[in-house]
Design a protein around this ligand. Structure first.
Ligand code: M6R
Length: 378
């Protein structure tokens, strides 16, 4: 069932263009193109979920937590609603003070993660006896519409990623990002925080994503595989990113540590100088996610600071900027898209990089030590 792929993880990385297409088919309303009185987004969520909304809180673990950080960015920047992201395992034992008119979103691929389920249960219970303004509004984002999570929440968004077998989440992460694009745009449309032109522009760009992910897979994999072989002895990796791509630095580092057992950390690029830069020398490669947009120049200058400490510098960036290609020792090329859409492309070369490092080390990529696909103990 691996269809010629050596591991499920690689197969699932390659399934991402199809997953994004499926999400677009489900989340976007085609009628909107001709009939502007309809809602462009089709998530099947009732208006009541959004009425008087003042706050969004998102609860998740692991890779789902990383997707949620991007979700927060999208909800805040597109729909103008303050959003918080909590680790389920932390939320449960130190719940934040109750805020009124709050949408609580549980994000879990499996829908069975014990930490996430119990945090949501607790949130539901502690709001149940309060007045209207504090009533629970629970939304789930999950790949399993029959799961415990799906039964617990009022509404769920189906991620449509198809079953994911590799322990390292890849296509489910991409699908979660798609769900968050859908949700943030749905919110923005209903709250009228975006112009119709801008909405249209974003939707058009979302439609380009499957082809752009295909282009990365087709043109980059060979080079990434060769690069990966150079890291057989590497013991530490640093990933840096900013803004909407800071969570991609975290995700790149998590993928690498999970399956290759190499120590890796993701940092907001601007934080390096506040401590972590002391770790750098020629033995610690730095991967910088440098996607054009509001923090592009900042990331490049943070990358230069790393280079000045002799770190080998790998850039995830489009190649059309000679300045950038000069700074980086190696470039993992991604199409030049607007910042808002960039995380979904930037993550793909990082998935391939961890995959090839782990595969080259001869490790059990699909079943890494000490890990289970779904963590059903708290
Ligand atoms: O099923 P979930 O999305 O709730 O799982 C959460 C984490 O356990 C999961 O994302 C984990 O971090 C993955 N192994 C990451 O690749």
């Amino acid at each position: 069932e691996k269809h010629g792929f050596r591991h499920f993880m690689l197969k699932e990385i390659y399934e991402q263009p199809g997953v994004v297409r499926t999400c677009l088919d489900h989340y976007l309303n085609l009628d909107w193109v001709t009939d502007r009185s309809t809602n462009p987004i089709n998530l099947g969520l009732p208006v009541g979920l959004y009425t008087n909304l003042e706050q969004v809180q998102i609860i998740a673990c692991g890779t789902s937590w990383h997707a949620s950080l991007i979700g927060k960015y999208l909800i805040e920047q597109l729909a103008g609603i303050p959003a918080q992201v909590q680790y389920a395992s932390e939320f449960r034992y130190a719940p934040p003070p109750l805020t009124p008119n709050t949408l609580t979103i549980g994000v879990t691929q499996s829908g069975e993660t014990a930490d996430t389920i119990s945090a949501l249960n607790m949130e539901k219970q502690r709001r149940a006896d309060l007045d209207d303004r504090f009533q629970p509004r629970l939304l789930g984002i999950t790949n399993r519409m029959q799961s415990t999570l799906a039964r617990l929440v009022d509404y769920a968004i189906d991620m449509h990623a198809g079953i994911e077998i590799g322990v390292a989440a890849t296509k489910s992460f991409t699908a979660q990002l798609m769900a968050f694009y859908g949700l943030a745009l749905d919110l923005a449309y209903r709250r009228q925080t975006l112009s119709i032109d801008r909405l249209e522009q974003i939707i058009l760009q979302l439609r380009q994503l499957p082809g752009q992910i295909e282009a990365i897979l087709e043109t980059q994999e060979k080079q990434i595989e060769e690069l990966a072989h150079e890291f057989s002895e590497t013991q530490d990796f640093i990933f840096i990113g900013r803004g909407i791509n800071f969570p991609i630095a975290l995700e790149g580092a998590l993928k690498l540590k999970e399956i290759s057992y190499i120590h890796a950390e993701g940092y907001p690029a601007g934080e390096m100088k506040h401590g972590p830069i002391a770790l750098l020398d020629e033995k610690v490669p730095v991967v910088a996610i440098a996607m054009p947009g509001s923090v592009y120049e900042k990331v490049l200058s943070n990358a230069q600071e790393a280079k000045a400490r002799d770190a080998r510098l790998i850039g995830v960036t489009p190649v059309n900027d000679p300045h950038a290609t000069e700074i980086f020792d190696d470039v993992l090329t991604v199409p030049d898209v607007e910042e808002l859409l960039s995380p979904i492309l930037a993550v793909v070369p990082l998935q391939l990089l961890s995959y090839h490092i782990a595969a080259h080390r001869g490790l059990d990529v699909d079943q890494p030590r000490n890990l289970a696909k779904s963590v059903t103990v708290e």
